[in-house]
Design a protein around this ligand. Structure first.
Ligand code: HAM
Length: 419
């Protein structure tokens, strides 16, 4: 390897041409899928005021305490590359008064995010998400539609080893009571907990439920369950969500430990995981966030959404069906002389403008290597401009499959291919 080359930053990845076709396909299938539910696209800036995430995502969360790319701008303002999209979308919703357009605002996105996490398979420092935010409805049918759409989209991609985990974490008040009970339960085990969990015990105890450490999982088996702390309204809401999902035949597993790592959630939380991913198995996560609009300065407005990680979906898809795409061309224009280059370029452009995929050599290779290249690209035809052709304003068309060839007037090339 050359000594002086500049490499990409750790935790970032190039999406090379043999992968980008899959990205395009995923993006367009998501657009088609979600537009059928009435969602419209929103695009927000790459960076925002740091305060948006501190207030929106929560000061005690991992994202805000240790994962944000934050810097002080020249005028002293603190700015942050967006680590997630719910807070920016809600900011844009409030700022642009989208509520004025309709009482229920349905937005979708496909975007790039930044979190300074420890890179590993399925975990990057720049990654991509697509997702939706439905802002305006407090009702369980909205939860069920959002959860179902996430599951149906992912399963529609052919990812079959999916698990949809569902929970309700209730209102802030029920969560406070639950936290107190959890602290009381965990205190006697404090010395057996990891350093991280000990910190969480005082800062944000419900996050301990996320632990992957086996003896902590064992301890937590007898821990109090959040469902028992939900208010009657929260329980009714959750039961209705489950009933609607049952009606839609969406298979889910109730997971009392699913609390999610962002502070804005209340009531319904969910994640979709895939067995093929190993450690970083969450393909998608989401939930209800009824207090966020108000927290960011808007009128109290209930909302729910999800976001799915594109890199993780790509890993899951590649494990299923490795596939790459090469450029395939319809017509390869072969120029045999310097003088034929200009005519070749004009012909190639006319054909492209009529919708054909056309390649023309710009390396001044020999006729033989141009033909070899045309074969490699699986060109259906070659259009050859030799000396004779040029002199007589003609062009020779060779059908690569059969070897049949025909010399025609250059001016008639479009009608030749369009017939
Ligand atoms: P999240 O769980 O932080 O939720 O992220 C959603 C998904 O993004 C994850 O399930 C994962 O697939 C992917 N993801 C997260 N971090 C990384 C990373 N470092 N590398 C690769 N993929 C990653 C949110 O972001 C919420 N805003 C979702 C939401 C929308 N809730 C309501 N509306």
């Amino acid at each position: 390897m050359e000594k002086n080359i500049i490499r990409a930053i750790k935790g970032t990845k190039d999406i090379l041409p043999d992968q980008s076709k899959k990205w395009q396909d995923l993006e367009s299938s998501f657009r088609n899928f979600i537009q059928a539910y009435g969602y419209r696209e929103i695009r927000t800036p790459a960076f925002e005021k740091t305060e948006l995430f501190e207030r929106g995502v929560g000061e005690g969360t991992d994202i805000v305490t240790k994962e944000m790319y934050t810097w002080e701008d020249r005028n002293g303002k603190s700015l942050t590359l967006k680590p997630e999209l719910t807070a920016p979308v809600v900011r844009a919703y409030i700022q642009n008064n989208l509520v004025g357009e309709s009482p229920l605002t349905k937005l979708y996105y496909f975007d790039s995010l930044f979190r300074r996490e420890r890179p590993q398979k399925g975990r990057q420092r720049q990654f991509h998400q697509f997702g939706i935010e439905a802002i305006g409805s407090p009702y369980p049918e909205c939860d069920a539609e959002v959860v179902a759409s996430a599951y149906l989209f992912l399963s529609g991609l052919g990812l079959s080893e999916l698990t949809l985990k569902l929970n309700s974490i209730g209102s802030k008040k029920s969560r406070k009571n639950y936290c107190d009970a959890l602290i009381e339960f965990l205190n006697p085990f404090k010395n057996q907990l990891s350093e991280l969990s000990q910190k969480r015990l005082s800062a944000n105890p419900v996050r301990i439920l996320d632990t992957k450490i086996s003896h902590e999982i064992e301890i937590l088996k007898d821990a109090p369950v959040i469902y028992d702390f939900l208010s009657e309204d929260d329980k009714t809401h959750f039961i209705e969500v489950m009933d609607l999902l049952d009606g839609l035949n969406i298979p889910y597993t109730r997971d009392n430990h699913l609390v999610r790592g962002l502070d804005y959630y209340c009531r319904t939380t969910f994640e979709i995981t895939s067995e093929v991913l190993g450690g970083q198995d969450a393909l998608c996560g989401g939930g209800r966030y009824d207090n966020l609009v108000e927290l960011l300065g808007g009128k109290p407005t209930p909302a729910i959404g999800f976001a799915a990680g594109v890199e993780r979906i790509m890993i899951a898809l590649n494990e299923k069906t490795p596939q790459s795409e090469n450029f395939e061309c319809d017509i390869y224009v072969i120029t045999m002389l310097r003088d034929s280059i200009k005519t070749g370029m004009i012909v190639a452009n006319q054909l492209r403008q009529s919708g054909f995929r056309v390649e023309m050599d710009s390396l001044r290779r020999s006729m033989k290597s141009q033909l070899r290249e045309a074969n490699k690209m699986r060109a259906k035809y070659t259009a050859i401009l030799g000396e004779e052709e040029l002199k007589n304003k003609k062009i020779t068309i060779k059908e690569m499959g059969t070897g049949d060839q025909k010399t025609i007037e250059i001016d008639s090339i479009l009608s030749f291919f369009q017939k």
